[in-house]
Design a protein around this ligand. Structure first.
Ligand SMILES: [Zn+2]
Length: 215
């Protein structure tokens, strides 16, 4: 990047979907990186099928893919070394279940509902997005820096954090692993994933039920 390129914060505005900052993947396990990548890729495909804006996901997925490709090359180069870690098996049942659970939780908890009901922030609608004070507690936010976009991702213009309900929960509780973030959302929403599958099949009625229980 040349030095005259404007920074993320200079280019980002709530009116346009901002480009996410480059993440540091060094301490993320390949297992976690791959499951988060596949989860976001599925979500992007879903948006694309609805002709929605996928720019946030394109920008998020590209560096993740590059990192995964780099690790795959390393794995190939060192595969004869007995200490070389095994590449995650995406056909593995545990892995498939994690992705299904993440999908279901996201269907029940769109970002705005999660923010208003679980996190308990006071959301203000502003055009197609909603804003609130940053709930992450890392800065004193008096100007509603936190923006929730219609594609269910957030960006905070105060601290620069961005992501979805899992990232939000991960930042708040200091959890880096995607699998652990999904389990934490499951635990704090008290949502049994098995019943969540029924909820997705019969969404409107169950949302009313959830709201009745939580109100
Ligand atoms: Zn913030």
């Amino acid at each position: 990047m040349n030095s005259s390129t404007p920074s993320y914060h200079e280019t980002a505005s709530p009116e346009t979907v901002p480009t996410p900052a480059i993440r540091d993947f060094r301490f993320l396990k390949t297992d976690d990186l791959l499951s988060e990548f596949n989860h976001l890729a599925e979500w992007r495909l879903d948006l694309k099928a609805r002709s929605a804006d996928t720019s946030y996901f394109d920008a998020t997925l590209t560096p993740m893919l590059k990192e995964l490709e780099g690790r795959k090359r390393l794995r190939e180069a060192y595969q004869d070394d007995p200490l070389c870690p095994v590449w995650p098996d995406t056909r593995d049942q545990r892995y498939q279940r994690l992705l299904a659970d993440a999908r279901d939780l996201k269907a029940i908890w769109p970002l705005e509902r999660y923010l208003a009901t679980v996190v308990g922030v006071d959301l203000r609608q502003s055009g197609r997005h909603a804003t609130c004070r940053c709930p992450l507690g890392t800065h004193d936010d008096t100007t509603l820096s936190f923006v929730a976009y219609p594609d269910d991702h957030f960006h905070c213009y105060g601290c620069g954090k961005h992501g979805d309900i899992f990232t939000l929960t991960g930042v708040y509780f200091g959890i880096d692993s995607f699998a652990d973030q999904v389990r934490k959302v499951e635990a704090i929403t008290g949502t049994m994933v098995e019943s969540a599958r029924i909820i997705v099949a019969n969404e409107e009625q169950v949302i009313r039920d959830i709201e009745a229980v939580l109100s």
